[in-house]
Design a binder for this molecule. Structure first.
Ligand SMILES: C[S@@+](CC[C@H](N)C(=O)[O-])C[C@H]1O[C@@H](n2cnc3c(N)ncnc32)[C@H](O)[C@@H]1O
Length: 262
């Protein structure tokens, strides 16, 4: 059983470039075993062969391996710190911010950033890259239609200004959508652009092994300009930020050290 799973991990890596061994194993194996059983395959080998021939099953596999829960203004107090402290400093240093929401899921996070940026700049001057490993999720993000529960932390003013209420939910206004470019990307395998002012990467690192996290913090650090900021999730504190040339600017905000301050 264990060999069968290990073999599956190797085959999936070979076929798709997705390395399941970089995710915490017990959790990943549990999730994939339950999908495999539900689909009626006795072994991971048979499950793999079916995945190769059936795109729908491959998408289900992707959906099961990732957890896509998100919300607008998730942990709202942190977004207040971003608005009141972090962004004003970043904008003083560089008026044309390079912004990235990494592992953006269904889009609530980059759209929240756009709503906050509108307080500083006309939206036509705001541009945000948003990436995720799961293409199907990105297609949903582009549609921009959400159930009411996704907005439970959003300020009333943001709901009034940036959503159209429709019979089946709330749709993000076009001017917000226009600020975000969605792109498929695997954080654990693909290369990053550089000179970012702000990278938001929240609630995905918890699924990765310690080694994968360590490598990823290095990649994020290299992708930021000195003074740029990595904003992480509310259970994802970095224990030894200096190793990655980060210093803590506020809880869950890490500034890439400027020369001479590391
Ligand atoms: C729980 S959601 C977090 C969404 C959002 N950042 C938030 O905090 O609300 C985790 C997202 O990470 C994505 N993900 C998982 N592994 C990834 C990888 N290797 N590269 C890029 N995205 C990944 C999943 O597809 C999922 O959409």
């Amino acid at each position: 059983m264990n060999d069968d799973y290990q073999q599956f991990v190797l085959l999936i890596k070979e076929k798709t470039g997705i390395d399941l061994s970089l995710y915490k194993e017990a959790q990943m194996k549990r999730r994939l075993t339950s999908l495999r059983d539900k689909k009626g395959f006795r072994t991971f080998r048979l499950f793999y062969e079916a995945i190769c021939q059936d795109e729908k099953l491959f998408n289900e596999f992707l959906e099961r391996m990732t957890i896509n829960v998100s919300e607008f203004y998730r942990n709202a107090k942190r977004w207040e710190v971003l608005e009141q402290k972090i962004l004003p400093r970043l904008l003083r240093e560089n008026p044309r911010l390079k912004l990235w929401s990494a592992a953006c899921s269904t889009g609530e996070e980059p759209y929240t950033l756009a709503m906050i940026m509108s307080k500083f700049k006309p939206l036509k001057d705001v541009s945000i890259l948003a990436t995720d490993i799961d293409q199907a999720i990105l297609e949903r993000a582009k549609v921009g239609l959400y159930p009411e529960r996704s907005l439970k932390e959003a300020p009333t003013e943001a709901i009034r200004n940036f959503f159209h209420k429709e019979p089946i939910g709330y749709r993000v206004k076009q001017e917000i959508k226009d600020t975000v470019s969605f792109k498929r990307q695997n954080l654990l395998a693909d290369r990053f652009d550089d000179q970012y002012d702000l990278i938001i990467c929240r609630n995905v690192m918890i699924y990765f092994t310690e080694e994968a996290k360590h490598e990823l913090y290095h990649k994020f650090s290299r992708a930021l300009r000195p003074g740029g900021v990595l904003f992480v999730g509310s259970t994802e504190q970095i224990f030894n930020p200096a190793v990655y040339q980060f210093c803590s600017e506020d809880t869950f905000f890490y500034q890439k050290c400027k020369k001479g301050t590391s």
